[in-house]
Every structure is written in C-alpha cells, then in structure tokens.
Write a protein that binds this ligand. Structure first.
Ligand SMILES: Nc1nc2c(ncn2[C@@H]2O[C@H](COP(=O)(O)OP(=O)(O)O)[C@@H](O)[C@H]2O)c(=O)[nH]1
Ligand SMILES: [Mg+2]
Ligand SMILES: [Zn+2]
Length: 273
C-alpha cells in the first residue's frame, strides 16, 4: 500500500494512505542504506505488520526542517517593520528555484505605507508578476485559500513578516509552530519539535516555517544564475555567460534599459559572489 508520511515522532511514522492513517515503524535496512524517512516522503507500507517497506524517490528535500516533496513556498514579505528587503526575497526565491519549489510571494503590512511608498512597492509587485510569479497581498484571503489545493506548501519569511497572522486569518484552528517558542523558553537547548503536514484547503501545509537558514554553500554559480528566471529571455553572445564581466551581455543591456529590475540584477551579483 502506498501513502505519505505526515508525521514522525521518535521511531513512529504516521502514514496517510488515501485518508487512512497508519502508524508504522521503519526497518533497520533504511539505516544501513543511509535512507532516513522524513515527513513528506511517499512510501510503500506493509499495512498488516505496520512497516515501511520502501521510500519513493524524492522531488526535493529540505534539511531544516527535515521534510521532502515540497511543491511550493509562500514567501511572506513585510513592507514595514521589518522593512521590505529585496535581497531577502530574491535569496528565498533563488533557494526555492534551486530546490524545485515554486515560489509564491505574499506582501504584508501594506496598510502601514503611505500612498507614495505603496506605489514604490507596486513596482516590485508588477515586476515579479511580469516575470511569471504569483504575487498576493495578505488581505486577499479568498484568493490565497485557492493556492493550496493538491499541493504541499511551506511558509517562509522573516520573523515578524506575518506568517502566523496569515495562517490564523486563513484558518483559525491550524496550530502553526512559530519557531520562536523554544527560544522564548530561555533554555540552552531547543526543545525538540516534530514537523507535521497539516491538511488545509484540499492540500497540505507544513506546520513549521522553512528556508529559514539562507545558506548558499556548495551551490553551483550556474544554478544561481538559472534561478533568475527572467535572464533566460535575454540570450547572450556567450552561451555560458554569467552576466558579470563578459562583453556583449544581453542581460546587462536589459538592466541598463530598464527591462530587468536593477535590484534583481544587483541581488544576483551579491548572491553569486
Ligand atoms: N499592520 C499590520 N500588522 C500585521 C500584518 N500582518 C501581521 N501583522 C503584525 O505583525 C506582527 C508579527 O506577525 P506574525 O504573524 O507573528 O509574524 P511571523 O513572525 O511571521 O509569524 C504581529 O504583531 C501582527 O499582528 C499586516 O498585514 N498589517
Ligand atoms: Mg510566527
Ligand atoms: Zn550575459
């Protein structure tokens, strides 16, 4: 029988098979093969003996939190307290593109802006839409509810960006882990929390924010370049152009003539360097 791991506590794996939950153990074999089943894994189980028999190949896997097969990430982006940070947004988009996770952008706290500040943010909103991303403002609750269907979604964004508030507005009964509780307890050691996939609007969300550590170690420069999706619309003289110091670079031309947003290009350079 096939299903998906939705929760792991110690060595007990909760597997959802067509809506029925089975609490399974894993087999010693996995440890030997260096496979650790994680939340999100699609697995084959022996439903009589409650054992996981096989872990299916993964679409992707995050380390913190430990989870696999994420489809999309909702990036909560505050425009005030904390101020809008294009580099943080572009870093999150880049990490998601590299991990085969679809970025969806959601701006929060627009109500704290003056009209002229709003206009400035709408330049970014229009640009990210133009290059193909879905962009919302956090008061578009009805529209945001529709994005979850048949997908596994992870929420991300700085502390204070409005993740918990948005989830509360979407569905007041969801118990979303803030990720800040353990620190508030003031203990030296973080309390061990388990991660869990929660059903929401015909899809699943991870109850813990992801992509919180923005580390780009061991990532190929080419992968970072390709994560800036709009660059592909500007073929350069050199096929492997990194759009940095090369001559005859269509991407740099497009930045100069305003087709590519300057902050995007500058963020690309910062990330790649
Ligand atoms: N004015 C305003 N405040 C907001 C908005 N969204 C969240 N907040 C406030 O910002 C603070 C941080 O929000 P929270 O949801 O806890 O952020 P999280 O750390 O990402 O979970 C809280 O005091 C919220 O009430 C918004 O759209 N407008
Ligand atoms: Mg929170
Ligand atoms: Zn180029």
């Amino acid at each position: 029988m096939e299903g998906q791991i939705v929760k792991i506590i110690s060595n007990l794996y909760t597997v959802n098979c067509n809506g029925n939950l089975y609490e399974c153990n894993s087999r010693g074999k996995f440890r030997k093969d260096n496979i650790t089943p994680v939340v999100g894994d699609y697995v084959v189980i022996d439903s009589d003996n409650k054992y996981i028999l096989e872990v299916k190949p993964r679409k992707n896997r995050l380390i913190r939190p430990m989870v696999s097969n994420i489809d999309q990430g909702l990036i909560l982006t505050s425009v005030k307290i904390p101020d809008f940070s294009p580099i943080l947004l572009d870093k999150l988009i880049t990490l998601m593109e590299i991990n085969n996770v679809e970025p969806i952008i959601c701006f929060s706290k627009m109500d704290l802006l003056s009209d002229s500040e709003k206009k400035e943010i709408f330049k970014y909103i229009d640009y990210y839409k133009k290059i193909g991303y879905r962009v919302f403002i956090n008061d578009q609750v009805a529209e945001i509810k529709k994005i979850f269907k048949n997908k596994i979604t992870v929420f991300t964004g700085q502390t204070g960006a409005g993740k918990s508030s948005l989830i509360n507005r979407l569905s007041p009964d969801v118990n979303f882990q803030t990720g800040e509780v353990s620190i508030a307890l003031g203990r030296g050691r973080h309390t061990t929390r388990h991660v869990e996939l929660i059903e929401l609007f015909d899809g699943k969300i991870l109850d813990t924010p992801g992509f919180s550590s923005l580390e780009f170690n061991n990532i190929d420069r080419e992968k970072i370049r390709d994560a800036f999706v709009e660059f592909k619309n500007y073929p350069c003289k050199f096929k492997d152009c990194m759009h940095l110091n090369e001559r005859d670079c269509s991407v740099k031309d497009a930045v100069k003539n305003g087709e590519i947003l300057e902050s995007r290009y500058n963020d690309y350079k910062k990330i790649v360097q």
